[in-house]
Design a protein around this ligand. Structure first.
Ligand SMILES: Nc1ncnc2c1ncn2[C@@H]1O[C@H](COP(=O)(O)OP(=O)(O)OP(=O)(O)O)[C@@H](O)[C@H]1O
Ligand SMILES: [Mg+2]
Length: 460
């Protein structure tokens, strides 16, 4: 469909000229002889671009621009004026005009601006559509979560995947950094080529160098054969450098050089060779702070940090906990070839209120463990680890909240009881009589609850 342009000018010859010129360029053109007429046309039809004179009897081009912008995004506006003063031009841009031209103008100059404006408009529409689409989604490929924070991340991934930019993915342990790196790779033109992941922490410097860049035979003791580096393995694909904050100063220099020159030198080699790997890096440290503390090179930081993705910790997007818990429940149950049990409201409440220092990885482990402990169709509070229960205990009535969907007082009470019993047993080295005495309950009750909650305890 041709892009639609509305030409607004009180001067008939000018209107005519623009109409003919723009039609020749393949645009669909309408003309109006005043801002008022233009507004009437805009109320009936949508346009991609409005080209308007500024000085007209009645409403001016600036007034028209103001009205159009007040309606929200919509058409781009280019203004034409014979009386260009710096102020009116700047005012036009401030008010959201795409650009302006002064009469008399060169045809090429105008067409250039028109094409750019139309292109910008198309991109904007695409972006709005994309955002609307993503805003419905509770997942993005394998990445689960429909919270606003995650949706923003999905939109960002979608935007940056096709580029070749280096991306720094920051986030606490277990927030899904590697998952995001893989999603970027899969959605890039390199998706069918290798994705190579390297953990830069915990590998000694010399070993990391030969891992990344390769080595030639005889380069060092034990180098019996020539070996390709991971940069070479990732050729045409993506190299994921995990825990980049752990890299030694010397390796930082070498990596910087590889990124800048797109060439590497294998250990023991005399010549460089070209590599083409898109680099994605991740860290659970605050890299900017490491730079301040002179523990990470500033130049490398800027080279890597072209685009940053900050993954929020799970406790900052609690809305995603039920979706994630259900997801892992289905996954683990399917792996164990059994139907997925349901989570009781009390158990879900505990999951939702816990702080999750280990983030999604910890949640996955907790669900897996609960599934192993719960033989039946329900996962209850007692199938969850002790430290979750401890966290749930409300210190004051003011801190208790009742979730909108599904709450059970008996289960909540059960959770609190289990937490106190665990704590008392821990204080008394698992001796049931003494723990019972601490809590003011009978030995028989204690024995009953120990069994019910699968606790470790001793008779005497
Ligand atoms: N949003 C998510 N949806 C589904 N699974 C997820 C999500 N985020 C993380 N996971 C899962 O949690 C686990 C940890 O994720 P990942 O390895 O990507 O974390 P990380 O940020 O790289 O952690 P670390 O810093 O400890 O290396 C993986 O099993 C991953 O599949
Ligand atoms: Mg990781």
């Amino acid at each position: 469909m041709a892009d639609r342009i509305l030409v607004v000018d009180d001067e008939p010859s000018m209107r005519r000229m623009l109409e003919i010129l723009l039609r020749q360029e393949g645009f669909e053109v309408r003309a109006a002889q005043s801002a008022e007429e233009a507004l009437a046309a805009l109320s009936r039809t949508s346009f991609d671009l409005i080209i308007s004179d500024i000085r007209m009897p009645g409403l001016s081009g600036i007034d028209l621009l103001r009205r159009v912008r007040a309606e929200g995004p919509g058409a781009e506006v280019v203004l034409i004026t014979a009386y260009a003063t710096a102020e009116s031009a700047i005012e036009a841009l401030k008010l959201g005009a795409f650009d302006y031209v002064t009469k008399p103008f060169q045809v090429d100059e105008l067409l250039h601006i028109v094409r750019n404006a139309v292109e910008k408009h198309a991109l904007q529409e695409e972006n709005i559509l994309l955002k609307a689409e993503l805003s419905q989604q509770a997942h993005f490929g394998e990445i689960i979560g429909g919270s606003p924070q995650m949706r923003q991340i999905y939109a960002l991934i979608e935007r940056i995947a096709p580029t070749t930019s280096t991306v720094l993915i920051q986030g606490e342990s277990g927030t899904g950094k590697e998952l995001v790196a893989r999603a970027i790779h899969q959605r890039s033109a390199r998706g069918s080529r290798p994705f190579v992941s390297v953990n830069c922490g915990g590998i000694p410097e010399t070993l990391l160098e030969s891992e990344l860049f390769g080595h030639v035979k005889g380069a060092f003791t034990g180098a019996y054969a020539t070996k390709k580096g991971l940069f070479d393995t990732a050729h045409g694909g993506t190299l994921f450098l995990d825990e980049i904050g752990e890299m030694s100063p010397l390796m930082q220099v070498k990596l910087l050089r590889a990124l800048q020159e797109r060439r590497i030198r294998a250990v023991g080699a005399t010549e460089d060779h070209e590599v083409d790997a898109r680099v994605l890096a991740a860290t659970n440290q605050d890299l900017a702070r490491l730079v301040q503390e002179k523990r990470f090179r500033e130049d490398l930081f800027y080279r890597i940090n072209v685009i940053t993705i900050q993954l929020p910790p799970l406790r900052k997007r609690r809305d995603d906990i039920p979706t994630l818990a259900q997801h892992f429940l289905q996954k683990c149950a399917a792996a164990g070839d059994r139907p997925a049990p349901s989570l009781t409201a009390g158990a879900m409440g505990l999951l939702e209120s816990y702080a999750w220092p280990g983030n999604i990885r910890e949640l996955e482990n907790v669900v897996e463990r609960a599934l192993a402990l719960a033989p039946g169709e329900r996962i209850e509070v007692s199938h969850l680890p002790e430290h979750l229960l401890g966290y749930k205990m409300p210190a004051a009535a003011g801190e208790m909240d009742i979730p909108e969907d599904g709450f059970s007082l008996p289960e909540a009470v059960e959770g609190v009881r289990a937490a106190y019993i665990r704590r008392a047993l821990a204080m008394e080295e698992g001796v049931m009589v003494r723990a019972a005495a601490r809590l003011g309950i009978s030995f028989r009750s204690m024995r009953y609850f120990v069994k019910k909650y699968h606790l470790q305890a001793r008779e005497g």
